[in-house]
Design a protein around this ligand. Structure first.
Ligand code: SF4
Length: 676
């Protein structure tokens, strides 16, 4: 069996996979992300490539249609809406599952040819707070380090990250490093005890959203213990005094930890030079997510622990191509190629390069606001690409009603029956993993190829082609005349060269002469590159900026609902749900509850409890465990309305967002619970 060298479609670790049309799956021993390792999800990919449930042909109003009919209708509806109501009357909602080439084309169509910025994606739910925090601190959205830093560190601090389940191969690499070098210390900061905690020397069970108080406390400790790198700060960092003054207003006591726990952590951090802080959704998915990110970055900047081997903050992305999406500007507040949407020079440069009739000049609708605009009747035509927001957005029932309120909805998907597709007028069949070609960027800025090893099923087409076909029918054919994804990647790299005079971190020159067909996994701007090694950042004066942040006043709630993922499932299970071997691990919707809370409710193991918020009510199986603290619940978000009649977990979550990043808070919503 011939095996094709490709990349896993799930998490942001971006593991290399060798895949065959007969379902053979092996870890790619030559891929620098995984060196042959795969996790349970990646190893089961071969069980997910059948055609059961696939959307194989376009559908219009529930009836099979040919491509011309469907595409003509989509183009006509979008063009009519723009003509009658203006460019802001249409919107795209896309996905971190898209390949970079798909993302690039969708972003180009919306921002350069429709002339609005109403393209947001489920990456808003994933890492928008990290993007915003990076930009405030560094002047760019830069992940400074590489995976090797994790193996070279002497202290790894996990914050709001169940890496063991959500980025398993990265966790395996760290576990192997600790086994080989037991002096590597690991701290796990999480309100919940998780599989990741098993590797930790210290578990700090903070209060939900207690992170800012904790890292502010660390910053004041570093100052008081004379552990700041004042020489580094003087040359490379602004704002330290203000950040420390703000930190003193919330010096750890509000984190929910004891003085002894705080002292132990502060001392360990202060006295270890090589520290990497890994953070993920427990930091990002919060109403103060951006401030949490900056509280972490402040500590690294104040000590110069950034840009050097084994040191630095490390945001790990949940999705396979959230990084590629942000590189091509696939969010409502970005332009393209790490250029600024509100910078007129950047706007002009992109418009000139695209030779486009227009260019967006102001931020578009971000995810929560986008669906609110749908509910308010402001969006007349909506295109949802490769995602299932009727299940994955907060206030999912409200979002489903909002989508139903849009006069014309088109979805592009690989599956036919999804909660979102049920609300669409037109369904467009997309090719999926193994059937399409393109690139993805992983959490360490490494661009890898996804390659097809299966024929496109039915009449399915790649997303870039579907979007280009619609663009052509809207009158923009010349600018979307791509024949292959290689054409798009080449244009993306050429745009980068055309705007190279603007100070940015993104630099794709390493790909200028690359052969797309044989492209090997490559980091930008260069392999093994660490940003900020020279102490130069991207604010106009070349310095980094520490941000004063204050801990929030934590609300008193009966239960705080934390949501997340299971080890063996992915998003709304359209792919992982097909695998027999993945199914048995936590096979039905459940909620973790502390034994004391279960006792107070009168709930027994396995009984059903009703969890209720002001947005909805969901019935879940009780899993009684001290892994969650008293007063907290944890429930995974995977199950859809089509898989359970008892309600989705995101029916409970609130459309409350971080004021800087607009990322929804999905980790500590106020709910009540009662035996069902
Ligand atoms: Fe895929 Fe992530 Fe598992 Fe690697 S760690 S095999 S990228 S799901």
């Amino acid at each position: 069996m011939t095996l094709t060298r490709t990349t896993c479609p799930y998490c942001g670790v971006g593991c290399g996979v060798l895949a065959g049309a007969d379902g053979t799956i092996k870890g790619d021993p030559n891929h620098p992300a995984n060196f042959g390792r795969l996790c349970s999800k990646g190893a089961a990919l071969g069980e997910t490539i059948d055609l059961d449930g696939r959307l194989l042909h376009p559908k219009v109003n529930g009836q099979q249609a040919d491509w011309d009919t469907a595409l003509d209708l989509v183009a006509a509806k979008f063009s009519a809406s723009i003509a009658e109501h203006g460019p802001d009357s249409v919107a795209f909602y896309a996905s971190g599952q898209l390949l970079t080439e798909d993302y690039y084309v969708a972003n180009k169509l919306m921002k350069g040819f429709i002339g609005a910025a109403n393209i947001d994606t489920n990456s808003r739910l994933c890492m928008a707070s990290s993007v915003a925090g990076h930009k405030r601190a560094f002047g760019t959205d830069t992940v400074p380090g590489t995976y090797e830093d994790l193996e070279q560190a002497d202290l790894i601090v996990f914050v709001g990250s169940n890496l063991a389940w959500c980025h398993p191969v990265l966790y395996q690499r760290i576990a192997a490093a600790k086994e080989a070098r037991p002096t590597l210390r690991i701290v796990n900061i999480d309100p919940r005890r998780t599989a990741t905690t098993d590797l930790a020397d210290m578990h700090l069970q903070i209060a939900p959203d207690g992170d800012i108080a904790l890292f502010n406390g660390l910053l004041t400790h570093l100052a008081d213990a004379h552990k700041l790198d004042k020489a580094y700060v003087k040359t490379h960092v602004n704002g330290m005094e203000a950040a420390i003054a703000a930190a003193r207003t919330s010096d750890g006591a509000d984190s929910g930890l004891t003085a002894q726990e705080l002292a132990g952590f502060f001392s360990l951090w202060a006295n270890t030079n090589k520290v990497v802080t890994i953070y993920s959704q427990g930091v990002n998915q919060s109403a103060c997510g951006t401030d949490k990110v900056n509280a972490i970055l402040n500590c690294h900047l104040a000590t110069g622990r950034i840009g050097r081997p084994g040191m630095g903050p490390f945001s790990v992305t949940g999705q396979p191509n959230a990084m590629g999406g942000r590189e091509v500007g696939g969010l409502a507040n970005m332009l393209a190629n790490h250029l600024e949407l509100d910078n007129t020079d950047h706007q002009r440069a992109v418009q000139d390069f695209w030779e486009s009739p227009t260019i967006c000049t102001q931020t578009g609708l971000k995810a929560v606001d986008l669906f609110q605009a749908c509910a308010d009747g402001k969006i007349k035509a909506l295109w949802i690409i490769s995602t299932n927001p009727a299940v994955s957005m907060p206030d999912a029932d409200g979002v489903a009603a909002a989508i139903a309120n849009v006069p014309f909805v088109v979805t592009s998907d690989i599956m036919e029956k999804t909660d979102t597709n049920d609300l669409a007028d037109v369904l467009l069949p997309a090719t999926g993993w193994g059937e399409k070609d393109g690139t993805v960027t992983n959490s360490e800025r490494r661009i890898s190829r996804q390659r097809a090893f299966l024929a496109a099923p039915g009449s399915a087409r790649p997303d870039w082609q579907i979007i280009s076909d619609v663009a052509g029918r809207m009158g923009f054919g010349e600018s979307f005349a791509y024949q292959t994804p290689a054409d798009i990647f080449a244009e993306y790299v050429a745009l980068d060269a055309a705007v190279s005079h603007f100070p940015r971190d993104l630099d794709l020159s390493i790909f200028a002469d690359a052969d797309y067909a044989t492209l090997i996994p490559t980091q930008w701007p260069a392999n093994d590159h660490r940003f900020f090694a020279d102490g130069r950042f991207y604010h106009p004066d070349g310095k980094a900026q520490m941000i004063p942040v204050q801990a929030p006043v934590l609300p008193k709630v009966r239960f705080a609902l934390n949501t997340g993922r299971n080890r063996d499932q992915w998003h709304t299970m359209t792919r992982t749900g097909k695998s027999a071997r993945l199914g048995p691990h936590l096979a039905e919707p459940y909620v973790e509850i502390h034994p004391a809370d279960a006792s107070a409710l009168g709930a027994s193991a396995g009984s059903l409890i009703a969890v209720e918020s002001i947005y909805g009510c969901t019935i879940l199986r009780t899993l009684i465990t001290p892994r969650v603290a008293k007063g907290q619940l944890f429930a995974p978000m995977h199950w859809t309305r089509q898989q359970t009649t008892h309600g989705t977990v995101n029916s409970l979550t609130a459309p409350v967002t971080d004021p800087v990043s607009s990322q929804p808070a999905l980790k500590s919503g106020a709910v009540s619970a009662a035996v069902y």
